[in-house]
Ligand binder design. Structure first.
Ligand code: LLP
Length: 418
């Protein structure tokens, strides 16, 4: 459920007409809805009710300061994968103590920075990483709180590039290896064991893989408890899918309910942490783009717009389907099937294929469900400035990231000395 709706045949974000934003800010432009972000966060938070829980929004989905600001005002925690994301969280008023550091390749300077900031915990993914954290914690006199990420070897039935919980993926550790690491960690005075973590993949549309993974994690925690290692919480990662096209993913309430039910059955009411990114942000954002040329050939019809694969790479990278709709519905022309393509010099530069739209040159289109993994994955390929980002809040809107200037694209570069 989101707040992008037609009023008098004109698509609005909350109470603001998208055509107004296009006129004032230009295109391409990402537009987010504050009410949608808040609604989705509350959907997870309310679903856990009185059960002790922490929602650590996955910053990688969209790390714009305005997004992080909205979430930190709600009391959200954060899941980060770099010191860069930590800096963003802190700059947006987020609490270090509610922040979890995930990822397979944390560098020593990032570990030091996170320890000094006082983050909640590190989700560690290798013995080498535990060793590094121990050394740095001993050096700085801090106590590092850790969980070990278990790879439960479960097929999440999603796109192979975003599946992470299979044995062949680079993520997490087998239960046997993790047990060794917990035993090592439990003997170190600079390490405090805070929990057990896992994350099996992204855009999951079924509950079964979650249930199977949680079952394995709970059996593992029992093994740990038997060895005298106490678990304070289970971090279940993110991954709940959204509807891009025909998918029918479980709702946050169904997903959280399934996790709680399984904990109940196991007889252990562990506090739960989850790390949703996409399910909070995806439907809270659209990409606004203008049609520049309609090009017809014997084989195809192309609708050339000013957004491209550098602004939104999901269709090119994952063959992802993103819904594309008109901003003004009253154009009166007949619908034709178009490939919606951008100006980048690659045939993979498409945003949608075979879309029936009654478009004319100059019309505005909205690409839906791009609030997560949209702007954050953009690049400057073809020397294209990244788009502006706008946050709509009721009847007002704020530019929360300026469109890049052409000069800024080469500001860090230099010519050779004479
Ligand atoms: N926690 C960890 C450890 C993760 O690796 C991820 C996502 C999340 C949480 C958040 O998952 P979510 O709730 O957003 O599914 N660029 C891809 C998605 C990559 C996801 C990577 N990890 C896409 O556009 O589909």
């Amino acid at each position: 459920m989101d707040y992008f709706n037609y009023e008098n045949d004109c698509l609005h974000a909350e109470q603001v007409a998208l055509s107004t934003i296009a006129d004032e800010v230009g295109t391409p432009c990402y537009v987010y809805s504050r009410a949608t972000v808040e609604r989705h966060w509350h959907a997870f938070n309310d679903a856990f009710g009185e059960h002790p829980h922490r929602i650590c929004y996955a910053v990688k989905a969209n790390g714009n300061l305005a997004v992080l600001d909205i979430l930190s005002r709600l009391g959200s925690g954060f899941d980060i994968v770099s010191a860069g994301e930590l800096r963003r969280v802190l700059a947006a008023g987020g609490a270090a103590g509610e922040t979890i550091f995930s990822g397979v390749g944390k560098q020593p300077w990032e570990i030091r920075e996170a320890l000094e900031a006082g983050i909640n915990s590190f989700n560690i993914e290798s013995q080498g990483e535990l060793q590094k954290i121990r050394e740095i914690a001993a050096e700085t006199g801090e106590v590092a709180r850790i969980s070990v990420r278990i790879n439960p070897d479960i097929d999440p039935m999603t796109h192979p590039y975003i599946s992470t919980g299979l044995r062949e993926n680079k993520f997490g550790l087998s239960a046997d290896k993790a047990l060794e690491i917990y035993q090592l960690a439990s003997q170190d005075k600079n390490i405090h064991i805070s929990g057990v973590a896992c994350h099996i993949g992204s855009q999951l549309t079924e509950l079964a893989p979650y249930r199977d993974a949680l079952d394995k994690i709970l059996r593992f925690t029992r093994q740990l408890e038997e060895k005298g290692i106490h678990v304070e919480h289970i971090d279940f990662g993110g991954g709940l899918g959204v509807r891009y096209h025909n998918e029918a993913p479980p709702s946050p309430a169904e997903y959280c309910g399934a996790l709680l039910e399984q904990l109940e059955l196991f007889g252990k009411r562990y506090p739960v942490t989850i790390e949703p990114g996409r399910a909070i942000m995806a439907n809270a954002g659209i990409l606004l783009t203008r049609v520049h040329y309609l090009k017809h050939s014997a084989e195809s019809n192309f609708c050339v717009v000013d957004a491209a694969m550098n602004d939104l790479i999901r269709p090119a990278l994952y063959q992802a389907y993103q819904e594309i709709i008109e901003v003004n519905r009253s154009s009166g022309s007949t619908a034709t099937a178009y490939d919606i393509v951008g100006p980048v010099c690659e045939s993979s530069d498409f945003l949608g294929k075979g879309r029936r739209l009654p478009v004319r040159e100059g019309d505005l289109l909205a690409i839906r469900t791009v609030g997560a993994y949209g702007a954050v994955m953009s690049s400057n390929y073809n020397a294209r400035p990244r788009p502006a980002e706008v946050m709509v809040d009721g009847s007002r809107f704020h530019v929360v990231r300026q469109r890049e200037s052409l000069e800024s694209l080469y500001a860090g570069e230099s010519r050779l000395p004479d």
